[in-house]
Design a protein around this ligand. Structure first.
Ligand code: LLP
Length: 413
């Protein structure tokens, strides 16, 4: 979706320099074709098994992105009432919505019950009690699964491993059976599934099999004890190619890894919750080079893209490739690409070999579609830029840039 034509960077059929002129920077631009192709590769991969692809919308919850995914048949993995609101507004069917997260509030639980979502992925006994009580009050039954922590090690950043003991997520694998039995006896609870999510930016799918084997043992034990499981939620987590050397595995690789374990079950639906793998590589973040400077032995390129626009490098020391909007044949130099925020943690790239930039050049930060705009803020009172969706030669503004007045719009004057 990104290519150079006569040394100018294009996203689909649109020159990025044109987007910059029209919409300013910082600017998020997404490729609709890439979005569709990423979603369809999941759909294709899991077509032969009964499945629902529940897009983990925390990665990017823009209304237009959700609308496109809804049209393609996506469900949603939500983690808040806000996400439920957005999912329904975008036309995602409640029967395809699963609700994860360790801290669902009473108000959120009620909203989800009234919306008749597919199931709650319950993460603690106290949450189960609360859901049971609220469902009783509403004279309904809540469909639930437990998010079980299968204690599987995946090699990813410590902030995004979730399926290991000592994480705040899920219930302990060893406790799961007893908790399921307890839940199955509750008046307003209908046990329908099992769930696990082992982490994010996972480049090797082997740990999914380890988790599947454990979950399958649990399912068998539950079914021998009269608890019928309809849904097996395997979570999200497939990684994308941030670094040139990254070799992400595909949704088909994931299916091939888990289905030998699960194919013995007939009439069960597999739920997958991909976030990053759907939107990550669809988006670039474009910024302008403001200044160059040196400090000691270091060279800095100061841009107008900062940690408030994309926090991933600061938070996870994550790598995002940076490319010039106009291809440069100048000599290369080792630089830190930084933003204007008053913190040393405000960097987009460190010690990167890049062509020497001039003031006024534009740069594109790759793979910024997931956890980019979604995790942005107005820190340092910086209004955020626009978001555009590119489809062939067409460009649609999917979020307007914030104005300086927007910064104070909710403050009492
Ligand atoms: N399901 C559950 C229950 C999750 O907690 C997550 C992500 C996903 C699915 C989707 O995972 P994905 O397919 O996107 O890997 N902000 C971090 C990532 C945090 C992931 C949190 N949970 C980052 O920028 O790397």
């Amino acid at each position: 979706m990104l290519k150079y034509i006569k040394n100018n960077l294009f996203i689909e059929n649109v020159a990025v320099s044109k987007l910059v002129k029209k919409f300013g920077t910082p600017l998020y631009a997404y490729s609709q074709k890439e979005l569709e192709s990423n979603f369809n590769s999941y759909k294709e991969a899991f077509k032969s098994v009964g499945s629902i692809i529940c897009y983990a919308m925390k990665a990017n919850s823009n209304h237009n992105i959700l609308k496109h995914l809804a049209k393609l048949g996506a469900g949603a993995d939500i983690v808040s009432g806000g996400e439920l609101y957005r999912a329904l507004k975008a036309g995602i069917k409640p029967q395809k919505i699963v609700y994860s997260g360790v801290g669902k509030t009473s108000k959120e639980i009620e909203f989800a019950l009234r919306s008749n979502i597919l199931m709650f992925n319950v993460e603690s006994l106290e949450e189960l009690d609360k859901i049971n009580a609220i469902a009783g009050k509403l004279k309904t039954k809540a469909r639930i699964s437990f998010r079980v922590n299968p204690n599987v090690d995946v090699h990813t950043h410590k902030y995004i491993t979730t399926g290991k003991e000592g994480n705040k997520f899920g219930i302990k694998y060893e406790d799961a059976f007893d908790i399921y039995i307890k839940a199955s006896k509750m008046k307003n609870i209908e046990v329908v599934g099992v769930d696990s999510h082992i982490g994010s930016q996972i480049l090797d799918v082997a740990p999914f099999k380890v988790a599947a084997e454990k979950m399958s043992k649990l399912i068998d034990k539950l079914e021998t004890n009269g608890i019928n499981i309809k849904y097996i939620d395997i979570g999200g987590g497939l990684g994308i190619k941030y670094k040139p050397a990254d070799k992400p595995q595909t949704p088909a690789d994931l299916r091939k890894m888990i289905m030998p374990v699960y194919s013995k079950y007939k009439n069960k639906t597999i739920i997958v919750e991909p976030g990053r793998a759907i939107v990550g590589d669809t988006g670039i973040l474009i910024g302008e080079v403001l200044y160059r400077k040196t400090s000691g032995t270091k060279n800095f390129v100061v841009t107008n893209v900062a940690m408030n626009d994309l926090i991933r490098p600061a938070l996870y020391e994550s790598y995002h490739n940076i490319i010039p909007v106009k291809k440069s044949f100048k000599k290369q130099q080792i630089v830190d690409v930084v933003g204007p925020i008053c913190e040393s943690g405000d960097f987009i790239a460190k010690d990167r070999k890049l062509p020497v930039f001039e003031q006024g050049d534009f740069v594109a930060v790759e793979c910024a579609g997931a956890y980019g705009r979604a995790m942005s803020s107005q820190y340092n009172s910086r209004p955020r830029g626009a978001e555009v969706l590119v489809n062939g030669s067409k460009v649609k503004v999917i979020r307007k840039a914030e104005t300086i007045e927007d910064l104070m719009s909710k403050e009492i004057k």
